[in-house]
Design a protein around this ligand. Sequence first.
Ligand SMILES: *Cc1c(COP(=O)(O)O)cnc(C)c1O
Length: 234
Amino acid sequence: MDYDYTSCIEISKSAYRNNIKFIRTQVGPNVTISSVIKGNAYGHGIENTVKIAESVGIRHFSAFSTDEAIRVLKSTTKKSQIMIMGMVENQDLLYLIENGISFYVFELDRLSEAIAASKKLGKKAMIHVELETGFHRTGFEWAEREVLLKLLKDNREHLRFSGLCTHYAGAESVSNSVRTQDQIKHYNDFKNWLNSNDIHFERYHTACSAATFSYPETIMDMVRIGIAQYGFWP
Ligand SMILES: *Cc1c(COP(=O)(O)O)cnc(C)c1O
């Protein structure tokens, strides 16, 4: 015991396994459960969490930064997939592409930089195109759709369209229900428009913990589960 610390968190493998089982019953057998490990795995430690999560079958992790993604890469023993949901620095792009780490793109500059880096390496960048659907944080706006479409179409051979995603604001609160429904509709409209223009993605993913349980139509191909894997309601 190291008494320099005033508190510590214990994580029980059997409890964690039960939580994942419970989430699995909600999403069904074919949906990927991505374990969100940002913020040092919500304080539980990235390395510990990856080990426990992999032992109960998790093979996909969501980080917020390159640093966190590297810690997952160093601790995975199952070649799990790794995705970065936050900002990545241009100087990190080559490393990420080389190591098969996928990342969000939410603005035209970032997309152009990713294309440039993948050309340089001769290896496809694995991108998740984030849509702005009403959270007013990050993501492509509906008004940008034509420019986005052209960039994606013209650079097919340099990109893997790993995902199309968005994030719901405050989906845990009933008072946001109208806004959440609105976001779902915006996402689906944007998705259908891209599909009708022959742009398809490997995974469609939008749901955090709260959306997974409160809005089952947001589950799609993958859910990004942070707080619920640790047994808490958001
Ligand atoms: C944090 C985060 C999640 C997970 O949220 P929880 O409420 O902890 O499940 C999912 N997606 C994105 C983009 C996030 O930033």
